[in-house]
Design a protein around this ligand. Sequence first.
Ligand SMILES: Cc1cc2nc3c(=O)[nH]c(=O)nc-3n(C[C@H](O)[C@H](O)[C@H](O)COP(=O)(O)O)c2cc1C
Length: 409
Amino acid sequence: MASSTISTLFNALFDRDRRSAIEKCASIADIRLLAHKNVPQVIFDFVDGGAGGEITLRNNQADFERISLLPQCLVDVSAQDTRTHYAGQRYDLPFYFGPAGLIRVVGNGGELSAVAAAGRAGVPYTISTSSSYSIEEIAAVASGPLWFQLYLWRNQQVVSNLIERAAMVGCEALVLTVDVPLNANRLRDLRNGMSIPPKVSVSTALDSLRRPRWLKDILSGEPIGFRNFMGIAEGNSALSQSEFINKELANLAASWQDLRQLREKWQKRIYIKGILTAHDAEMAIACGVDGIIVSNHGGRQLDSVPSAISALPEIVRVVNGRCDVILDGGVRSGIDVVKALCLGASAVSLARPWVFGVAAAGEAGASRVIDILTIELRQTLALLGAPAVSALGPQLARFPSGWLSQPER
Ligand SMILES: Cc1cc2nc3c(=O)[nH]c(=O)nc-3n(C[C@H](O)[C@H](O)[C@H](O)COP(=O)(O)O)c2cc1C
């Protein structure tokens, strides 16, 4: 009795504290800092870090600074219409939540908090194959559009099982991630012993003890794992699911033929995620995709590839309206969203921002991310002299000419 009263009091105090802290966050950068405070360094690094020397990770954000906006004065901007058309539908906002796996590690309800926040704002949420909750568990709390992210697994039965389940819960699109033939070395994770199950060192243990709220979340419920593979991987432990993923994920033989086969199996929309060149964009269109997600996996796979935003203009040019082109990587503000749309993106995909939001304050944190981006987006439209997202275009932005292989506008 006494212990349950203490626990209720403890939760109430933490919740009040958390709500006021998230309300004070004025930018995505503030939310990232709050997330950093809430979780141990090993978890923060897992989200924040990238592969190799993190060159691509840094450039994903830094290259946004190389774009200038060219304002138009004395335009009636009283509407600031943020509605956008992509994936065959009209959405209220030009951004959505892209896939991020294993997010229960940040606490605060992980993916379940994010999908709830996305649903309330009418923003699509992409369920990751490697999410810590299953497709069905995530769909059960969703109230908005759902997409499902898939890898080209070696095992076709696993692919069929996953896409049937995604269809059953009403996923509207498949996002096929093609930049993970194997997992790249993420040095922060290797040094920190970040794995499933984690390799706990004395310093990690002490760091965790300093965050009782996070620790309580992590220790309650089932051990953290990849729950899409319950009943598929041998044994139901987190370790067996993780070993199964590592074995099945390493499909070094995946080819465009696999995409053609997938196209035959899945009748709804397919978006290919991880495209950085005009050549691969052409190949993807020839295989019948409905959209190209220009992405380098947030700098978490091959290091030294171009930033996503610098690869965008050339892909927009060759695609020439034949399908959607979505920008994924480095977006941290409403101004970034506007820049990507000016350079021809149909919409923008987010990952770390919503993960930091959840780490900072659960569902309220993910909602705050959407609110901040929306406020900044509307403000940028007004200041730029663009009455609507649909009015954005290359006339309103200047970017380095080297980003187009044929420098014409
Ligand atoms: C913690 C974390 C987990 C991720 N998990 C997946 C995943 O399971 N599948 C996938 O296709 N991409 C995954 N990504 C990559 C994101 O979808 C996205 O491509 C990238 O993070 C975009 O950059 P941003 O974080 O700067 O928005 C993950 C990214 C992070 C940060």
